[in-house]
Design a protein around this ligand. Structure first.
Ligand code: AMP
Ligand code: ZN
Length: 468
């Protein structure tokens, strides 16, 4: 089945046709976080959606080559490191690490490569040099280097800007600005006192790269001059992605990206997230309220299609918990049926249909709501068949395999059982006495474990614990 994705350049759902002549490899570049603080759950909505894309690509048999950079130099990182009195690298490495930990909490598969921007200054300098040579960029009288947008007639193609009404002629020295303020944008910022000891030598004097150039340089360095899919949150469309297109295409003369993948924003209680509103939560804040990373992942995935705004609420988190409990209980029954059932029989029609339904759902622009709808339908049907004592072991295995196929894309995994330290100590003790063949003591310990609300089963692989 062909995977179709919404392309925010053409504003249409299009089949994915990889650049790779063999049709196998898909290159994916995703703008990574600016590492000056902990990521908020809005940032992670974008990265969870990218993870869904990545897993779906693999599910459909593509070999994904995925790069995501960490922005470790810009106004915010420099300001933060100076406030904390730490060298820039030391300061940003704290938040790089925190991002990787949070991504793990959410079971996000990391990209094949996650370069830090500052490790590629020579590549950025070379690209800027090429743009100057081609007269697409110039050194201004303030000593910084700017991209000349009038040299790139396609400027505005991603956001469908009417340039005739917009070009103001002013230069923009900031990385972020509004459409109304469009102008020649900075590629290399001349060093100023506020930069402290942050700066690199270049043919244009000491300075640092602008934000936009890093993604063009890193994407070309790791994935080549053209890529299949470029992703990020919707706010990056302008000016960041518009500028990436201008820089890359002016340098190579080739179409930079085949397919633009933009994730719409996460709102909290219907509001834009902001520190001043007190509604900006990190992954850690959500865990501190007693939820798991798995529940947050489910809420971020299932609340809305990636191309629609998603409204985060605590009620939504409770609903995620309920949905996962339902899935987990069903999974337990299926697992038991796989081992306990006996007879061989015909295929379980619901499981066979389900495999096709989820492929169809994901192939149509990652339609997660459809996929989950089919999952709950399968749960209802299998539960009914189980209640009637009619699901055979072979059929249960088919259901199990269908779930595994779905979960390779959802990435929910099994519920992780958190074992209290007290129970773990009894388990360890029991393992030791069983080794010494003291079965009377082993039974005593089993009872002690049971009084704490846990069941222990002895299997070929050792003791298996579950809540009773
Ligand atoms: P930043 O660290 O600010 O560069 O953001 C990292 C990623 O998070 C980018 O792809 C942003 O577009 C995305 N992002 C920022 N705010 C939100 C939000 N409220 N909802 C979804 N994605 C967001
Ligand atoms: Zn970028």
């Amino acid at each position: 089945m062909a995977l179709e994705l919404y392309n925010s350049m053409s504003r249409a759902v299009e089949p994915l046709v990889p650049l790779d002549p063999a049709g196998k490899r898909v290159s994916l570049y995703v703008c990574g976080p600016t590492i000056y603080n902990y990521g908020h759950i809005g940032n992670f909505r974008t990265y969870v959606a990218v993870d869904l894309l990545r897993r779906a690509l693999k599910h459909f048999g593509y070999q994904v080559d995925h790069v995501m950079q960490f922005t470790d130099v810009d106004d915010k990182t420099i300001r933060g490191s100076r406030e904390k009195n730490l060298p820039l690298k030391e300061f940003t490495s704290i938040y790089r690490q925190a991002f990787l930990e949070d991504a793990k909490t959410l079971n996000i598969e990391m990209a094949e490569r996650t370069p830090n921007a500052t490790d590629y200054i020579p590549e950025m300098v070379a690209l800027i040099g090429k743009l100057i040579e081609k007269k697409s960029a110039y050194v201004s009288d303030d000593g910084s280097v700017y991209f000349r947008i009038a040299s790139f007639p396609k400027y505005g193609c991603l956001c469908h800007l009417d340039m005739a009404n917009l070009i103001s002629g002013a230069r923009v020295n900031q990385d972020e600005y509004e459409k109304e303020g469009v102008g020649d944008f900075v590629l290399w910022k001349k060093w100023v006192a506020a930069d402290g000891d942050v700066g690199w030598d270049s043919p244009w004097g000491k300075g640092r790269p602008g934000w936009h150039i890093e993604c063009s340089a890193l994407s070309m360095k790791h994935l080549g001059e053209q890529i299949d899919i470029h992703g990020g949150g919707t706010d990056l469309r302008f000016p960041h992605h518009e500028n990436e297109i201008a820089q890359s295409e002016a340098a190579t003369g080739l179409t930079f990206v085949k397919h633009w993948f933009h994730v719409e924003h996460l709102l909290v209680d219907g509001q834009k997230m902001s520190k001043s509103q007190g509604n900006m939560y990190t992954v850690r804040d959500v865990l501190a309220k007693g939820y798991t990373g798995r529940e947050l992942r489910y809420a971020l995935l299932s609340g809305a299609a990636y191309a629609k705004n998603l409204n985060f609420t605590w009620q939504g988190m409770d609903d995620a918990k309920t949905a996962l409990t339902r899935i987990d209980e069903w999974r337990k029954r299926i697992k038991a049926a796989v081992t306990d059932g006996v007879s061989n029989a015909d295929s379980f029609a619901a499981a066979v249909a389900f495999r096709e339904q989820i492929d169809r759902a994901f192939s149509h622009d990652l339609n997660i709501n459809d996929a989950l709808g089919h999952l709950f339908q399968l749960i209802r049907e299998t539960n009914k068949t189980l209640d009637a004592g009619q699901l055979t072991a072979a059929q249960a295995s088919e259901v199990e395999a269908a779930w595994i196929a779905l979960d390779s894309v959802l990435g929910l995994g099994d519920a992780t059982v958190i074992i209290p330290a007290e129970v773990q100590a009894l388990l360890d003790q029991r393992a030791a006495v069983r080794k010494a063949k003291d079965f009377a003591k082993s039974d005593e310990l089993r009872k002690a474990i049971e009084t704490l609300g846990w069941k222990v089963k002895d299997t070929a692989k050792g003791q298996e614990l579950s809540p009773s």
